[in-house]
Design a protein around this ligand. Structure first.
Ligand code: X2X
Length: 337
């Protein structure tokens, strides 16, 4: 079959129409394509709101900033991701202040055991003086933090072997804690046997019984399916935890001021929405997790707090953070040590 003149014309017309979208794709290629990595399952509100945030940033910047999300430890553990953030391998990362304390010691102060009684006092402190103090310390370490911290939640203790109702139940109890001196110190003060394990390894550490328990907010026990490998959940509310939205400084400074403003605005707005999501989720999850077989018990928080006090936990950490930082904490939450 010979190629008719008509076909050639159609062919070049087709090539011309094809060429248009290709040039458009190039014209639309973002000026800044940045990676945001984190340790949580895609179904956690943090990742749901981060996706909305990335879409809003792309729209608001008219395609100039594209944020690619790598959830669920796809790029490595928290320890790995923190070094990638510092080297510039990733541009954005959300990390618990307690784990960030391996680099910025003051960042764990918000996780002091039983410091906060409720969310009102958490947000008052973290959106107020205490948060500002911590972000000041973070920025001295060459990392940029957005203003609004995202919620992880109040933490509860789970176990595969027995309910934890009193401090005595923790004696010698093999419990996973995140990689952070404050966490290890706190569970040692409670006479437990804490093991530092990155979240990426937690499910398998529980499944293979390397440890008998762990502690996390209900939203994580649910979305990371820890209920599959844990039987008991003790409602201790022993500490509050949140995620700072961090940026590599060089990557941040490459963004012109207008784009920095767009990213900061949408990150902070997404954090506020995520806080509301996590609060709602945590409020309803006890029933749902119980229907999946978890057995819940309340714990006497006061007894655990007394044990920490007796063990010298509060005075030890007051000494480590220093009087200035401790005073800011106590101004927000009342007298601790
Ligand atoms: O590692 C944990 O337990 C988690 C998911 O809560 C944190 O990121 C601190």
């Amino acid at each position: 079959m010979s190629i008719s003149r008509r076909n050639i014309i159609l062919g070049s017309a087709a090539a011309a129409t094809l060429a248009t979208p290709i040039t458009r794709v190039f014209a639309q290629k973002a000026e800044f394509t940045y990676k945001y990595a984190n340790n949580l399952p895609v179904t956690h509100p943090m990742n749901l709101r981060a996706k909305e945030m990335a879409d809003a940033i792309s729209a608001d910047s008219k395609g100039r900033v594209s944020i690619q999300i790598f959830p669920n430890n796809q790029l490595g553990s928290d320890t790995d991701m923190l070094s990638q953030l510092r080297s510039g391998g990733i541009e954005f990362f959300t990390l618990s202040g307690l784990i960030l304390s391996t680099l910025v010691p003051a960042a764990s102060i918000s996780g002091i055991g039983f410091a906060f009684n409720d969310y009102d006092s958490v947000w008052k402190a973290m959106d107020g003086d205490l948060g500002a103090y911590i972000r000041g310390q973070i920025s001295k370490s060459g990392i940029v933090s957005m203003d609004k911290i995202w919620d992880n939640g109040f933490r509860q203790i789970t176990s595969s072997s027995k309910p934890i109702t009193t401090p005595a139940d923790l004696k010698g109890f093999k419990i996973r804690v995140p990689v952070s001196p404050l966490w290890t110190s706190m569970f040692k003060a409670l006479d437990a046997a804490p093991a530092s394990i990155n979240f990426a390894e937690v499910y398998s550490a529980l499944q293979t019984k390397i440890v008998d328990g762990q502690e996390n907010p209900l939203a994580i026990i649910s979305t990371a399916k820890l209920f599959e490998v844990q039987k008991y959940c003790s409602l201790t509310n022993h500490m509050w935890d949140g995620f700072w939205f961090l940026a590599n400084r060089r990557a941040w400074e490459k963004l012109p001021a207008d784009l920095q403003a767009i990213v900061a605005k949408h990150s902070n707005a997404a954090a506020l929405k995520e806080r509301a999501d996590v609060a709602t989720l945590n409020a309803g999850l006890q029933t749902e997790l119980a229907s999946k077989g978890m057995l819940f018990n309340k714990a006497d928080a006061g007894a655990f707090r007394d044990q920490l006090r007796k063990a010298g936990f509060y005075s030890e950490w007051k000494g480590k953070y220093g009087d200035e930082a401790w005073a800011i904490l106590e101004r927000s939450v009342g007298k601790l040590a």
